[in-house]
Design a protein around this ligand. Structure first.
Ligand code: FES
Length: 74
């Protein structure tokens, strides 16, 4: 399948997050957010995925990309 081809060639957007899973899906019950503001990673480089750990800054500097987190506000 094309999914297998993408994985084999390493051209997907996810470099190393939970690669053992068929599809990485996370859900959040918004009413149960613990903090007023929570940042969720959209760059797939976070060491605390699905939460943002600031790794997008390094990625953006290295590649010229402009990715950043999704902010959920309580
Ligand atoms: Fe991925 Fe911040 S670490 S968006």
């Amino acid at each position: 399948s094309s999914t297998v081809a993408v994985r084999a060639e390493g051209v997907g957007i996810n470099p190393n997050v939970r690669k053992n899973e068929e599809k990485v899906v996370d859900s959040v019950v918004v009413s149960e957010l613990s903090k007023p503001l929570t940042a969720y990673c959209r760059c797939w480089r976070s060491g605390t995925f699905p939460l943002c750990d600031g790794s997008h800054v390094k990625h953006n500097k290295a590649t010229g990309d402009n990715v950043g987190p999704l902010l959920l506000k309580k």
